[in-house]
Structure formats: structure tokens, C-alpha cells
Write a protein that binds this ligand. Structure first.
Ligand SMILES: [Zn+2]
Length: 785
């Protein structure tokens, strides 16, 4: 049929005319594209992950996925020759000239796997009845990964201008949410993604999983919707999308990482898939920071305030704060980040270790004399004793003040020794004891203020990211209760005037008894918290973090154990409860009484718990029923006896033989896994701790921080350098106005992004290994994407 058309002279001349007209039209389209500012790497299509719309359709359940090379060859270039080739291709399609279309397709790429694939594609391209076959053809060539093929087929959409960007509604291979751009991003094909972005394609960003809008409320949770969400996130996490479609790849990466973590938590069935995406986004961050070749570049990258809270954009590196909130462990443990944060950490003390005398002097200032200097710094709202502005100096002072706090807790145990404690009710009588107690409460008040600031800034979820927060929280809770009980005890004595009374006359909930218990619990937690400071030293720190991770996992095991024990306790109690206290006469007139071991549910549970450590003797299960009959012989309830014995034997088998041994095997396995990530985890915790001391609220240790907080608030209020804004309250006026320096910084950042992209591209082409790259690859191997 195609050959017949070619032979007709009228059609031939028509085709020629058509060709020239099309040549002009195509030239215009392509040149206008090339003129657009988005022609390089930074096309801003989905520039922010904030504005979002979504479509929910019911697609068929077949998917096609194929991953081509990142930079496909032959590289696509647009010449007059290409334009006339495209025009010829178009003419051949219109003329349904199968052989010619097939020849052109074959000349464009060698990626076709078989003849059938080409035939199928040809028939779809030449079917001009609707846009559907053409759309399917477009998605197919995107999967094949050939940029020239994609460009040729896109030209055919001229008759269906609105259909080019949407997915197929009626296809056996592609679900409806797979639009050409989503497909190209999933395949991570830079060249095709660029081509589609230039033609104005975009991705409808999904609502966040925790969105509570009406639209999300009425959308049913179906397989198709979940699959759609996963595919869209897969497209958004692709390197091609992040590099080419966002105006700030770094910020988008952090926001995306946050979203992915939320999804992983909210959709347990897809947890593995979302975690894998989270890992690949993190690898992108590592690849990005790795392309910075000097400290100046790292500085420009991390100093950008966009995306951070206004109050936090005053800090050195707001981007690090964002990455910490997004838990980007791999990114934060990269050498470039570690080195630049370490520089801020040392502040003005970068010459540490050069002069022994100066080091000793600095140490003395922040250990022995810290109370005086911290007081001066606090009372002057940070104007005096400027060395408190170095985070490392702050850390040393905090450590010293914490050790002082622990020393006070120990001292309290010694000052009380000589008193008649079983009688003593007056807590205020011993002045030294009272003073120490007051210092402890004052320290805790400072600590509460310090932690409250952190809590207000981070929010409940991010506050509890690290293990020591749980300790802080419990220390504060116990000490708040003990302070309250202490106050009550003092008030009661003041009221009734009885300073001496033996404990046997006290109620079980006497304030002093409550105080002792809460104070004791607080002390236990307070001593444990010293590990927080020790973490910064590499060897001990790694061990502490690893043990912490293992305990976290072991906790699940304890829950299982508890439930199993509870089940057996309920069984044993049901069988034995009604025999409690029964007596029978055994040999030589001795009486055997059924004990209280299984008399109640709680007591049975308690006995079974201690049985775990071996405290259950077989003699304990003997059953006493009573004496009956004319000869008063022992009644033997053999069924009950056997049931009890079997229940307890099973208990031992399940809890001690299976669960105990399993828990050991499980702990060994998780220790191995934790130790594998030990390096990344330690570096991440280190940066987390460093950043706590970079915040303004950590200038001086508790309890001096209460004073510092008040003076600096008054100073900010009256200095005129700060403006009142909700919700950040007092913000430096300099931060708000869009000054010239800020404009230059933004320019520098944009230039840097271009530079990084070019280097990244070059790295993909010329692969060679430096220490940094080896490091990155080793990390990626540990967390496969
Ligand atoms: Zn919504």
C-alpha cells in the first residue's frame, strides 16, 4: 500500500510541499526551545515539592519497567538534516508506508531486541485513529531509552496537542498514571527527561501521606492508589528528576527524604520499597556533596537558608540542620560535611594543640572557673567572655557542669549519714543537705528550659530521634515528681510541727517515701546519661551507639516474652486457683498445705517470671486436695496435677529453651548488622551532638542558662537589632531584608549547582577512583539502594 502511494505523482508533489512546510515549522519549534532559559540543566518544572495535585484512576495491573544506560548514545543533535529526516518520517507515517517507517526506526537505534518489537511499534505509530496507540508507542520508546526515537514520535503528536503529556487510558502494558515524564524518570534517562521537560511536561506531585485534606479523606485506599504513589515517588527520587526538574536539587532531596520516611512509617506493606527509595535519595546527596572540590564550595552549598526556619537560618549551616531533621545519615557522614562542621565546632580554637600553655589556660577557664565565667557571660547577655561562643568550649563547660551535678548527687548520700533517718521527717533541718538538694533542683530547672527550647524547635517526632532524649525526658520527669514530693514533705512538717516520728506510723504514700523513690530513679537515669558525653570519643562512642541500637531491637523480644509469660500465668492460675490453702495429711501425720503460688493472676505471673531465672522447683507443683473417705486417704486429682505439670513443662520449653536461645541468636545477628553501620552511625551522632552546641540556647550550661535566657531576651527586645515575628519571635532584622549580599550568595549557589551537575556528568563518563569515591561506594554497598 505504501509503495502505491509513492508512485502517485500528485501525492508525491503534495508530500514535497508538506516536507518544506514542516521543515519550517519544526525549525521554529526547536529554535524556540533552544532559546528558552531552561535549556541547560536547571529547567524549573516541578520546582518545589509543595504545590500538589493528584489524579486517581483505576488502571490495569500490568507494568513494564526497563532500565537503560544513563547517557544514551548516539547523542541527539538537531541539524537541518535531522529536521528534514523528521519531516520524511512524518510523511511516511501519514502515508502508512510501513517499510519506510520501519527502515527509519531501525536506522535510529540498535536497541530493538527483535523484529516483532519493531513491527508492533510501527503498527502503533501508523494507527492515527486516536492518540492512544501513539501514547503507548511513546512510552515504549522511552523504555527502550532512545532520545532520537522519542523526538521523532513526539513530532507526531501535532494533531493531538493535549494528549502528549498524559498516560494511556487503555493499554495492556502501562498503568494510566505512567505519564511519559514519570516513565522517563523511573528509567532515569537524563536525555529523555530533558527533552520532555523542554516540551513542558510535568509530574502531578502526590499529597503527603499525612495530608488531611478533603480530597485525601475521600480517596479509598486501594492497590492501584498505593502503586501509583510508589511509582510517582520512584520518579521523583530518580537522579534525572532531581537534577533536571527542580530549581534546588539539594533542598528537594531533603524534603523528599522526609516524605519517604513518612511513607515508610505510614505504609508498613511498602516499607522496604520506600526505605530503598530513601537510601537512593541519600546516595544522591552523597554524590552531590562529593562533587564539591573545595571548602568554599561546601560552604556555599551548606550556607543556603532556603527551606530552613527563619530562626535557624541565623546559624552557620542551615542545610545541615535540615539534613539532620531528614535523618540523612549517609550524607552527613560524608567527609566534606564532617570536615566543615568540625571547623565550626572548633570556632576560634582552630589552633588547639599548638601551644600547651594556651590549651591548659583555655581548659582551666571552662572547667575550674566555668561557674564565674558562665555567670559573667549570662548576666551580660553574651557580651563578656566571648570564648563561650565556641561550641567546643560550650561542650567542655556543659560536661563539667554535668559532672558537678553528679558529684552533688553523690555528696547528698554522705551528708545525711549521721542522722537518725527512720525518725527524721524534717528535710530542712540539715542545712548542707538542703543546699545540695536545692542545687540539684535548680540544675534540673535549667535542664528543663534547655530541653524545652530543643523540644519547641524540633517538635515531638524529631525531638525523640536520638536515644538520650528518652533519658533526658525521664530524668526531668522523675526529678519533677521528687521536687513536688519534697515540697509537700516540707509543707506537711511545717503544718503539723512533728519533726520526729517513727516510720511505722507513716502511710505508704508519705511524701518523703515518694520523694526517696523518685529521687532514686532520677539518680539512676542521671548517671546513665553520662554516656551522652562519652559518645564523642570514637571507640567508646561506637560501642555505646551499637549497644543502644541492640537494646532497641531486644525490646521487641521482651514484649513477646511478656505476652507468652502472661498466657501461661493465666492457664496455671485457672487450673490451680481453687486449690489454694487446701491441706492433706502425709506420712507421720505431717500436714501438706497447698501454697499461694498460683492463688492469683499477678502472683502466678510473678512466680513464672522468677522461674525464668531458675526459681521454680518441681516440688512446688505437687497438689494438695484434702483427705476423704472412711480411712481419710488423700484425694488424688490426677488430671489437674498432670495438666499443671504439662503447662509448666511447656512454659519452660517455650520461654527458656526457645525464646531465650532465640533472643541470643537474634542479638548476635543484630549486633553484626549494627556494627556494619557503626561508622555512619557514629559520624551521624557526632554531628547531631555538635549541632546541639551550635544553637544559641546552649551558650552556657544549666543552671546559668536560665539567667542567660532572661538577659538575652531583654537585650534583644531593647537593642533594636531584632524584630518581633510569629512563630520565630525575635529575629535578627538583617535576616529578613533581601540585601545585596544575599543576592550575590544566591547567584553563587546557582553557579555552583551548574558546576556540580557538570562534574557529576563527567564522573559518570570518566569513572576513576579517589579516596572519597571509594568511601562513598563502600557506604553505598552497605546500604544498597
Ligand atoms: Zn490531601
Amino acid at each position: 500500500m505504501g509503495n502505491e502511494c509513492r508512485a502517485d505523482p500528485v501525492i508525491n508533489s503534495r508530500l514535497d510541499r508538506f516536507e518544506t512546510v514542516w521543515n519550517e515549522a519544526l525549525k521554529e519549534t526547536f529554535s524556540s526551545q533552544r532559546r528558552s532559559p531552561a535549556v541547560h540543566c536547571q529547567a524549573t518544572v516541578g520546582s518545589s515539592l509543595l504545590a500538589m495535585t493528584t489524579i486517581h484512576r483505576r488502571p490495569p495491573q500490568v507494568r513494564l519497567a526497563k532500565k537503560p544506560a544513563i547517557f544514551p548514545s548516539p547523542e541527539w543533535t538537531l541539524t537541518d538534516e535531522t529536521l528534514s529526516e523528521i519531516a520524511k518520517f512524518r510523511a511516511a507515517v501519514f502515508a502508512k508506508d510501513f517499510d519506510r517507517v520501519k527502515a527509519i526506526l531501525n536506522s535510529l537505534t540498535s536497541s530493538f531486541t527483535n523484529e516483532y518489537q519493531v513491527d508492533d511499534l510501527c503498527s502503533k505509530i501508523c494507527d492515527r485513529s486516536s492518540a492512544e496507540p501513539l501514547k503507548e508507542a511513546l512510552l515504549t520508546v522511552i523504555c527502550i531509552g532512545s532520545r532520537p526515537l522519542v523526538e521523532y514520535i513526539l513530532v507526531l503528536f501535532h494533531e493531538f496537542p493535549d494528549e502528549e503529556c498524559s498516560g494511556c487510558y487503555d493499554s495492556r502494558a502501562f498503568m494510566p498514571h505512567l505519564t511519559p515524564l514519570v516513565m522517563a524518570c523511573i528509567c532515569n534517562n537524563y536525555s529523555i527527561v530533558e527533552c520532555l521537560l523542554l516540551r513542558g511536561h510535568d509530574i502531578d506531585l502526590p499529597h503527603r501521606i499525612d495530608c488531611r485534606c478533603l480530597q485525601c479523606f475521600y480517596v479509598p485506599n486501594t492497590v492501584a492508589n498505593n502503586q501509583q504513589l510508589l511509582d510517582i515517588y520512584k520518579a521523583l527520587s530518580s537522579e534525572a528528576f532531581l537534577w533536571l526538574a527542580t530549581s534546588d536539587p539539594f533542598l528537594s532531596m531533603i524534603e523528599l527524604s522526609d516524605d519517604l520516611r513518612l511513607c515508610a512509617d505510614a505504609m508498613p506493606a511498602y516499607k522496604v520499597a520506600f526505605n530503598a527509595l530513601h537510601q537512593s535519595v541519600q546516595s544522591f546527596g552523597v554524590a552531590l556533596i562529593q562533587q564539591c572540590w573545595s571548602m568554599e564550595e561546601v560552604d556555599v552549598l551548606l550556607r543556603q537558608p532556603d527551606g530552613a526556619y527563619l530562626a535557624e537560618s541565623q546559624n552557620h549551616y542551615p542545610r545541615i540542620r535540615l539534613a539532620l531533621d531528614g535523618q540523612m545519615r549517609k550524607f552527613l557522614s560524608h567527609m566534606n560535611v564532617q570536615v566543615s562542621v568540625e571547623n565550626i565546632w572548633h570556632g576560634g580554637w582552630t589552633d588547639y594543640g599548638c601551644s600547651f600553655v594556651r590549651d591548659v589556660y583555655r581548659m582551666l577557664r571552662h572547667t575550674v572557673f566555668y561557674p564565674i565565667l558562665a555567670f559573667l557571660h549570662a548576666i551580660s547577655a553574651g557580651k563578656l567572655v566571648q570564648s563561650f561562643n565556641n561550641p567546643i568550649a560550650r561542650f567542655i563547660s556543659f560536661l563539667t557542669s554535668y559532672l558537678t551535678f553528679l558529684a552533688t548527687l553523690i555528696a547528698i548520700r554522705y551528708v545525711q549519714v549521721y542522722y537518725e533517718k527512720s525518725y527524721d521527717r524534717d528535710k530542712m533541718e540539715n542545712k548542707a543537705y538542703f543546699a545540695l538538694e536545692m542545687y540539684v533542683f535548680l540544675y534540673i530547672a535549667g535542664m528543663i528550659l534547655w530541653q524545652f527550647m530543643e523540644f519547641a524547635r524540633r517538635g515531638i517526632h524529631k525531638y525523640f530521634d536520638m536515644w538520650w532524649r528518652y533519658f533526658d525526658f525521664s530524668i526531668m520527669t522523675f526529678f519533677i515528681f521528687s521536687t513536688t514530693s519534697f515540697g509537700c514533705a516540707c509543707a506537711v512538717v511545717k503544718n503539723d510541727g512533728i519533726k520526729q516520728l517513727h516510720r511505722r506510723h507513716w502511710l505508704w504514700y508519705d511524701p518523703i517515701i515518694l520523694f526517696d523513690v523518685f529521687f532514686a530513679s532520677g539518680c539512676v537515669m542521671a548517671f546513665w546519661r553520662i554516656f551522652y558525653f562519652v559518645q564523642l570519643w570514637r571507640y567508646l562512642g561506637s560501642a555505646i551507639i551499637s549497644i543502644g541500637k541492640c537494646v532497641e531491637r531486644a525490646f521487641n523480644f521482651f514484649i513477646i516474652m511478656f505476652l507468652v509469660m502472661w498466657a501461661f500465668a493465666a492457664g496455671a492460675n485457672t487450673i490451680m486457683e481453687n486449690y489454694t490453702g487446701l491441706k492433706e495429711t502425709v506420712q507421720y501425720g505431717r500436714v501438706h498445705e497447698q501454697g499461694e503460688m498460683f492463688s492469683g493472676l499477678i502472683i502466678t505471673f510473678r512466680n513464672l517470671y522468677w522461674a525464668y531465672y531458675g526459681y521454680l522447683h518441681p516440688l512446688d507443683y505437687t497438689l494438695a486436695v484434702g483427705d476423704a473417705g472412711p480411712a481419710l486417704t488423700n484425694t488424688n486429682h490426677i488430671f489437674t496435677h498432670m495438666s499443671l505439670e504439662i503447662t509448666l513443662a511447656l512454659y519452660h520449653l517455650v520461654v527458656i529453651v526457645c525464646l531465650l536461645k532465640l533472643s541470643i541468636a537474634f542479638l548476635v545477628l543484630s549486633t553484626e548488622e549494627v556494627l556494619k553501620n557503626e561508622d555512619v552511625e557514629w559520624k551521624y551522632s557526632r554531628i547531631y551532638i555538635y549541632y546541639e552546641y551550635i544553637e544559641h540556647s546552649c551558650s552556657v550550661p544549666p543552671p546559668f542558662n536560665i539567667l542567660h535566657m532572661i538577659t538575652s531576651f531583654v537585650y534583644r527586645l531593647f537593642s533594636g537589632e531584632y524584630v518581633l515575628m510569629w512563630p520565630d519571635l525575635l529575629v535578627k532584622a538583617k535576616m529578613i531584608d533581601e540585601s545585596e549580599t544575599r543576592r550575590i550568595e544566591t547567584h553563587a549557589y546557582r553557579d555552583l549547582q551548574m558546576q556540580l551537575f557538570k562534574r557529576y556528568q563527567a564522573m559518570k563518563v570518566y569513572r576513576y577512583q579517589t579516596i572519597q569515591k571509594m568511601d562513598t561506594e563502600a557506604t553505598s554497598a552497605e546500604h544498597p539502594a
